[in-house]
Design a protein around this ligand. Structure first.
Ligand code: NAD
Length: 338
């Protein structure tokens, strides 16, 4: 298939693109380039990656593709809080605009990178794809709006699917330091302590970025009627854990003690997720990673690269990079390239 991957130069995209290409698909990227140069490892450049904004795409831009995988987004809560309007503009309305132009261009499949964040504060029972949405941040809300509006476009010729990813972890050429497993491993390696930002009690579903890539590939290659207008929680039941369990795992593997950040605020996101549906409907999705394996991988790559604390805490933190680009006059308030 010829696939347009938006957000191909971000954390997940940098792993997903080689994964899809290794499976025999032709990939073209589209990215605003916010993290260009923020390299943790060698970034593949031997494919066409267009620089642009998903909000500006036209049907002519999308002509000839068999599928769109839309990863492009403001990808976390802190950036979402910076200007919620920008989050809605990109994550919700930008994603819907891209779906509309894909449909107008005759692209039959649209895979939307959604998030388990749309379940928000969900209580004790594991949430399934049928559970109610209860987002607690603009980021979570933006994913709800996107799914609902993109769903209205589904018809015989246009099949959207919504991959509700758990919180990702794992090594990537475009590493992120602001997601929990990566963060705790990074502080252990660079500062010699496993620094918790909350009391560690919240439950969090986790998934390795290579397993996210496996999920996208499985949906892409599945029969249309299996994935048409369907949502899938992407993760694995064994990796729904309390944050303090991750911290203890990192401490055990690195020898660094667990500490608590001053003024650590309680985390409102607390939910358990049921990952049964994706396994039942998409047998090709066979997750290969576990959190302990991911910690080993991250610790090894961080040591090999001699990652410094300053770099870890700035270059690879999405909020820092975005505020830097805004101060430098390269992004406006709605996070458009200037
Ligand atoms: N990483 C996670 O834990 C996680 C979990 C669940 C869902 N997701 C979703 O997966 C997707 C990818 O996440 P990530 O961690 O790789 O994020 P990321 O921030 O590393 O990458 C996002 C990429 O999108 C690009 N981008 C942003 N706005 C754009 C726009 N308007 N037009 C074109 N390009 C734009 C950025 O330049 C960046 O390269 C996002 O939609 C995110 O919400 C991520």
């Amino acid at each position: 298939m010829k696939v347009l991957v938006t957000g191909d130069r971000g954390y997940i995209g940098a792993v997903l693109v080689p994964f899809l290409r290794a499976a025999g698909h032709e990939v073209v990227g589209l990215d605003a380039g916010w993290y260009d140069g923020c390299d943790f490892g060698p970034f593949t450049t031997d494919y066409e990656s267009r620089t642009g904004d998903i909000r500006d795409q036209t049907p002519a831009d999308l002509a000839g593709f068999d599928a769109v995988v839309n990863l492009a987004a403001i990808s976390n809560d802190p950036v979402g809080h910076l200007n919620p309007e920008a989050t809605y503009a990109v994550n919700a309305h930008g994603a819907v605009h891209l779906a509309e132009v894909a449909k107008a261009a005759g692209v039959p499949r649209y895979l939307f990178s959604s998030s388990c964040s749309l379940y928000g504060a969900a209580g004790d029972a594991p949430v399934t794809e049928e559970s109610e949405f209860n987002p607690v941040t603009p980021y979570g809300e933006s994913k709800v709006i996107a799914e609902q509006l993109i769903g209205k476009l589904a018809d015989d010729d246009f099949s959207p699917s919504y991959l509700r990813n758990a919180t990702a972890y794992g090594s990537s050429p475009r590493l992120r330091a602001d997601i929990v497993v990566n963060n705790l491993t990074g502080t252990a390696i660079t500062r010699g302590e496993v620094r918790l930002q909350s009391d560690g009690s919240p439950w969090r579903p986790l998934v390795h970025i290579e397993d996210i890539s496996r999920a996208f590939l499985s949906v892409l290659e599945a029969d249309r009627d299996v994935v048409h207008d369907q949502a899938f929680n992407v993760g694995r039941d064994e990796d729904v854990v309390q944050i303090r369990t991750i911290a203890e795992g990192v401490a055990e593997k690195t020898g660094a003690p667990v500490t608590f950040a001053e003024g650590a605020s309680p985390d409102k996101r607390d939910y358990r997720v049921d990952f049964g549906k994706i396994g039942r409907l998409l047998p090709a999705y066979a997750p290969a990673w576990t959190v302990p394996l991911g910690i080993d991988e991250l610790a090894r790559d961080m040591r090999d690269r001699r990652l410094s604390a300053t770099e870890f805490e700035h270059t690879f933190v999405r909020l820092d990079r975005i505020t830097y680009l805004q101060r430098a006059g390269r992004l406006d308030e709605l996070l458009r390239l200037v």
